[in-house]
Design a protein around this ligand. Structure first.
Ligand code: SAH
Ligand code: DHB
Ligand code: MG
Length: 222
């Protein structure tokens, strides 16, 4: 019952406040047809990412985990025409689907998709002197969230936001005895944040069409 109700509310909210258009629908359809897992952000979550990027007046965005480019489209639409979004995806087939979805959304010029394990592509980006990023969205392999956060922090400016998806995972975040590497990584991430004077953060639990999860928002202070 709870899950049905959460999904119904997401549908109600999205219908009014995060409505779909041809580019978003087309991205979901092409992703589904190509067999990508349907684990993209929900429409209200996509809209939240967009609102946060707009609030910041973001011009540069970094995303870990492109999948079919659905969250990329929400975020890319917050950027001005001369903005830049770098999105990192390990899976070449997913990246090909994403590239078409992003182009269909008219964002081909401002989105740069880098294929490969993010820890490797980050090294290239580093040598090219990319950043600082106004907003970073961490949504790739969950064991590396702490590593991606550490990198993002070094490539941010005071006032940047670093947002991490899937930190709560059915409440497992509170399980100190878990030996699941993903859970341990999310707990390590929270301990890092607690000890990090350069950022101020909180985690918000969420329910919705994707079940029970949550995200962390960290504001870079210095
Ligand atoms: N942000 C997307 C969903 C991303 S799902 C959206 O909301 O629309 C997580 C993605 O991370 C998957 O596409 C997966 O292939 C990718 N991924 C997994 N490990 C990775 C790695 N080491 N580097 C980059 N991407 C990775
Ligand atoms: C998974 C990944 C995600 O980014 C997400 O939001 C939900 C699920 C997964 O890998 O299962
Ligand atoms: Mg996610």
């Amino acid at each position: 019952m709870a899950q049905e109700q959460w999904a119904a509310v997401d549908e109600y909210v999205s219908g009014l406040l995060a409505p779909h258009d041809d580019a978003l629908d087309g991205a979901l359809k092409a992703s589904d047809e190509a067999g990508l897992p349907a684990i993209q952000v929900s429409p209200p979550q996509g809209k939240l990412l967009q609102l946060l990027a707009q609030t910041l007046g973001a011009r540069t965005i970094l995303e870990f985990g492109t999948l079919g480019g659905y969250s990329t489209i929400w975020l890319g639409r917050a950027l001005p025409a001369d903005g830049h979004l770098i999105t990192l995806e390990a899976d070449l087939e997913y990246a090909e689907v994403a590239r078409e979805n992003i182009a269909r959304a008219g964002l081909g010029d401002i989105v740069e998709l880098r294929v490969g394990p993010a820890l490797e592509t980050l090294q290239q980006i580093d040598t090219e002197g990319a950043g600082p990023f106004d907003l970073t969205f961490i949504d790739a392999d969950k064991v590396n969230t702490p590593n991606y956060f550490a990198w993002a922090l070094e490539h941010s400016r005071p006032g940047s936001l670093i947002i991490s998806d899937n930190v709560v995972r059915d409440g497992t975040l509170a399980d100190a005895t878990s030996d699941d590497p993903k859970v341990r990584a999310q707990r390590h991430f929270h301990e890092m944040l607690a000890a990090e004077p350069r950022a101020s953060a909180t985690t918000i639990q969420t329910v919705g069409s994707k079940g029970y999860d949550g995200f962390t928002i960290a504001l870079v202070i210095s």
